[in-house]
Write a protein that binds this ligand. Structure first.
Ligand SMILES: *Cc1c(COP(=O)(O)O)cnc(C)c1O
Length: 429
């Protein structure tokens, strides 16, 4: 039996056939807190963040963590201490930034449907920038800024119409997508914005998709944005920053190759220099590439079921805790916490207890599970907990953060009563 692949094989590793996160055997965490449980490696996310930060150090920059990937306030707080700003997509996320004692001045606000209430809250919190995604949004921000008698800093999210060659659900930079302002309308909207004294133009932005494993789409969209920057310059509109969005892919499978953050930073900065725009502040909105490989979802095998056509390994986590496999057909590495080379491997689907055929974590995996075994679903740090639900009235797992040989509860296991505590009984006779 080959030792299974670990996407972050530095902070997750095998020791005498047991899976460790940093200095802690994952089975110890499962034993103490029960299953399912999310476990994150602090040093993994720190290293991933610093990979960007170190590459950007020579240049004016702001690393904005896209917190929808994983918005636990402990993680927000720790990243802010490392110098992170934040890319938010809702007023709720801004509340989290504040609850995490992070700096709202380093927040940029993306999203196609910002409400008046959200805009007001963001202006009162003095965020760094709104990424405007449509013409009516300009009018809405003007209205709220007028009411508050403040000036709103804005950037335009341009849809560069480049193919990020990723899953259609996480591709956002094509003209058929709902995001951003069409490339050919960008200059027109900048002109419109420049006529409003309530708005201050500070940047340009794009975000072409997620889990992008090639650097070329980033460079193509950079070229398109820089064409706009130069055109604006001619019109006397000077920008302060260029925001390349997020989307850098991570390794989920052994045969995938991905790019290091520094390659992306260097290649993009070269593009800026070629056009004598190296003074522009570089912003990234990275989510997955910061936290993705730093997390594991630990689950216990409930039953092993042999069928006529398929074998099922039924576990105590499900699509409500981790929806990526069923939503995006994402492939996530699943390994036992204890290697059992003496056992014979067979092909299994790893499925949860939810009443949906789509409730699977992995399909056709070679495993040798027995009832009571513990498994780890790896690369679960991004778009795991934040996309979880209570479907089937299932409580959400706790979250534990490991740092060296210590571990900390950063979210407690929910109480079942909480799931229906805001519901009401009616008194009909
Ligand atoms: C989701 C999102 C990101 C982060 O994408 P990742 O693939 O997680 O890096 C960045 N910017 C915007 C606007 C987003 O919606």
């Amino acid at each position: 039996m080959k030792t299974p692949f670990l996407p972050d094989d530095k902070n997750f590793h095998w020791k005498s056939g047991e899976l460790f996160c940093e200095g802690v055997p994952l089975s110890a965490i499962a034993q103490k807190f029960g299953t399912p449980v999310y476990v994150y490696s602090y040093n993994s996310l720190k290293e991933a963040f610093l990979a960007y930060k170190d590459a950007l150090r020579p240049y004016p920059h702001l690393m904005c963590y896209a917190m929808k990937a994983n918005s636990n306030i402990a993680i927000i707080n720790l990243l802010s201490k490392l110098g992170a700003g934040f890319d938010i997509v809702s007023g709720g996320e801004l509340h989290r930034v504040i609850a995490a004692k992070a700096d709202p001045h380093k927040v940029i606000f993306s999203g196609v449907g910002k409400t008046e209430e959200e805009i007001k809250f963001a202006l009162e919190s003095e965020i760094k920038c709104f990424n405007i995604e449509s013409e009516p949004e300009v009018d809405r921000i003007v209205k709220v800024a007028q009411e508050l008698d403040v000036i709103a800093p804005v950037s335009v999210r341009v849809n560069p119409n480049v193919d990020a060659k990723t899953h259609p659900y996480i591709s956002t930079g094509l003209k058929q997508n709902k995001f951003g302002i069409a490339y050919q309308d960008a200059v027109k909207i900048y002109k419109k914005i420049s006529e409003h004294p309530e708005l201050k133009i500070i940047g340009i932005d794009c975000h072409i998709g997620s889990q992008i494993t090639d650097i070329a789409p980033f460079l193509d969209s950079c070229d398109r944005l820089l064409d706009i920057v130069e055109e604006l310059k001619k019109l006397g509109i000077e920008l302060h920053h260029i925001d390349f969005g997020g989307g850098l892919g991570i390794r989920y499978q052994e045969d995938e190759t991905v790019h290091h953050a520094s390659e992306l930073v260097e290649a993009l900065h070269k593009k800026l220099q070629e056009r004598e725009l190296g003074y522009l502040e570089m912003i990234f909105e990275a989510g997955r590439s910061i936290v993705g490989n730093s997390g594991a979802l630990i689950t216990e095998v409930q039953f092993v079921k042999y069928g006529e056509e398929k074998n099922f390994c039924i576990v105590d986590t499900a699509m409500n805790d981790m929806i990526r496999p069923t939503l995006y057909h994402a492939w996530m590495q699943i390994v036992p916490l204890k290697l059992a080379p003496e056992r014979k491997e067979e092909i299994f689907d790893i499925v949860g207890p939810i009443c949906e055929t789509g409730d699977f974590l992995g399909k056709d995996r070679e495993l040798s599970p027995e009832q009571g075994d513990l498994l780890a679903i790896l690369s679960a740090g991004a778009y795991g907990m934040t996309m979880s639900s209570h479907y089937n009235t299932r409580i959400k797992p706790p979250e534990i953060l490991v740092n060296g040989s210590e571990f900390f509860v950063i979210r407690e296991r929910e109480k079942i009563e909480k799931l229906y505590s805001s519901e009401v009984l009616l008194n009909f006779d």
